[in-house]
Design a protein around this ligand. Structure first.
Ligand SMILES: Cc1ncc(COP(=O)(O)O)c(C=O)c1O
Length: 488
């Protein structure tokens, strides 16, 4: 059954609340508000309380989330979010803190931000941190603006080229393009790593910096990273780390020690705060001392045991977000870090890499894995073998729904044809990994023996109530129907 819009359930006069009679004199609202701020009408749906509850409960049952099952969406680190994070975020002292309350009344919240900055600086091997960005991509923009400010401050204004390896995350070139720079793609070598000779060939006095995703989107660690950062520095550029894949290397290696000048963390991946479509994420940008003056303001600082917000940074790139970032998610990341501690964080990375390698070993008989002897926290399989029989990566992803799993990321990274990018995370058990591998292998067998079954998937929804089968994805993207207009 297709769930109607809540507006379609609306009937005139129906209400979902019952309030006591008003016991103070009523005044017309026009006496209280200027006329240009008054609305003639507010077309909200008129529904009863049970209708509201049932409507949203039905919708929630059509949704698939990490609390419902395995969610191996490569590059997204869909790990289980511990509920203690939610309990901390709901503590009244934090949940009801007002962003305009002033420093004296916000010491606890400011201290938490200050300590989170220090923890992330330690994990990254960096000197200073901002918690303002609310998405990884906004962290990238922050880093690039800081790199630009650094060069300009030195009078080095010709540096407008950004180098981006073809194995980097898609937001990297997108961020650089948005900023108006010239982007040069650096190809990968036969081992799926940055081709150093190509990088050297591109270095000139116009290079502002390199944006490197490490581990890269093939799930591989850039094992020549020291040479990469040295090459860029020797040419006068700076090196940005897309640290959204830190889940693989937490507590094992510090980006600052590898020569990175500035990086971002995706707190909503690595540190188990919930993802949101376009927000509410939370990123943090960490920088070495030479970039610290350019960090956004306000900065959370400590003076003699008192925490404050400082705007005293004349070279700062300015403010990137209202108030201090996405506080509730910063609080969740803080809770996660405090509950795991340094040893626990290292075990996160070890578990993430072990799980991914176990899964890789279970599926690589049936699926090609182009750079896949070993991987970090994720790997990229290819459905090319199946595509030769008319079953594409999209079909396999849809068929996985019939087996009760969320599909992996498809067709990304672009450098692997028919890509299926799989990231199991450390929070999954061996049985879950084995069940998922068995489903993937069963689909590969089916692609040989009964390809039509796969091509027509999904057939059923064993976990979620699903009102539709395969969507017309092109129409959904090109002609989205997002707005309800009342029937006259
Ligand atoms: C490697 C990598 N970099 C950058 C991003 C962008 O982060 P966001 O979606 O928060 O903007 C992601 C997102 O998952 C990512 O996986």
């Amino acid at each position: 059954m297709v769930e109607p819009l809540i507006f379609e359930l609306s009937r005139p006069g129906r209400v979902a609340f019952s309030l006591p009679e008003c016991d103070v004199p009523e005044r017309p609202v026009a006496e209280l508000l200027p006329s240009d701020q008054l609305r003639d009408e507010l077309p909200l749906p008129e529904v009863s309380a049970p209708q509201v509850v049932r409507h949203f409960t039905r919708l929630s049952r059509m949704n698939y989330g990490v609390d419902l099952g395995f969610y191996p969406l490569g590059s997204c680190t869909m790990k289980y979010n511990p509920k203690v994070n939610e309990a901390a975020a709901a503590l009244p002292g934090f949940a009801q803190a007002h962003p305009l309350a002033g420093e004296a009344l916000s010491q606890g919240a400011l201290r938490l931000l200050y300590e989170l900055q220090a923890m992330l600086a330690e994990i990254g091997g960096m000197d200073a941190v901002t918690l303002q960005p609310v998405a990884g991509a906004q962290g990238e923009l922050t880093g690039l603006l800081m790199i630009r400010a650094y060069h300009q401050h030195r009078g080095d204004t010709a540096r407008t080229r950004i180098l981006v390896p073809d194995s980097s995350h898609g937001t990297n070139p997108a961020t650089a393009a948005r900023w108006g720079d010239t982007i040069t793609s650096i190809p990968s070598n036969a081992r799926g790593r940055v081709d150093l000779a190509q990088l050297r060939a591109q270095m000139d006095e116009r290079v502002a910096g390199l944006m490197l995703t490490n581990p890269n989107t093939l799930g591989l660690f850039e094992d020549e990273v020291l040479e990469i950062t040295r090459t860029v520095h020797d040419g006068g550029g700076l090196v940005y780390l897309d640290g959204a894949n830190m889940n693989a290397i937490l507590g094992i290696v510090r980006p600052g020690d590898l020569g990175f000048d500035v990086m971002h963390f995706n707190l909503h991946k690595t540190f188990s705060t919930p993802h949101g479509g376009g927000g509410p994420g939370a990123a943090a940008v960490a920088a070495k001392a030479h970039l610290e003056p350019f960090l956004p303001v306000p900065r959370v600082v400590e003076r003699n045991g008192t925490y404050a917000l400082s705007e005293d940074a004349p070279h700062s790139i300015g403010r990137l977000h209202s108030f201090y970032g996405n506080f509730a998610n910063l609080l969740r990341a803080y809770t996660y870090l405090r509950s795991l501690g340094p040893d626990g964080l290292r075990r996160v990375a070890e578990g993430a890499v072990l799980n991914a390698n176990y899964l890789l070993a279970l599926v690589k008989e049936e699926y090609e894995v182009p750079f896949g002897d070993r991987c970090m926290h994720e790997f990229v399989a290819s459905a090319e073998r199946q595509a030769a029989r008319g079953v594409r990566a999209l079909d396999i992803a849809k068929r996985l729904i019939d087996h009760g799993f969320h599909p992996p990321t498809m067709y990304f990274p672009l450098i692997v044809r028919e890509a299926l990018m799989i990231e199991p995370t450390e929070t999954e058990s061996m049985e879950t990994l084995e069940a998922f591998a068995e489903a993937l292998c069963a689909i590969a067998r089916e692609a040989r023996e009964d390809p039509e079954q796969v091509r027509e998937a999904p057939h059923r929804g064993p976990i979620v109530a699903r009102p539709v089968r395969r969507l017309d994805e092109v129409s959904a993207a090109r002609h989205p129907n997002l707005r309800w207009t009342p029937q006259s």
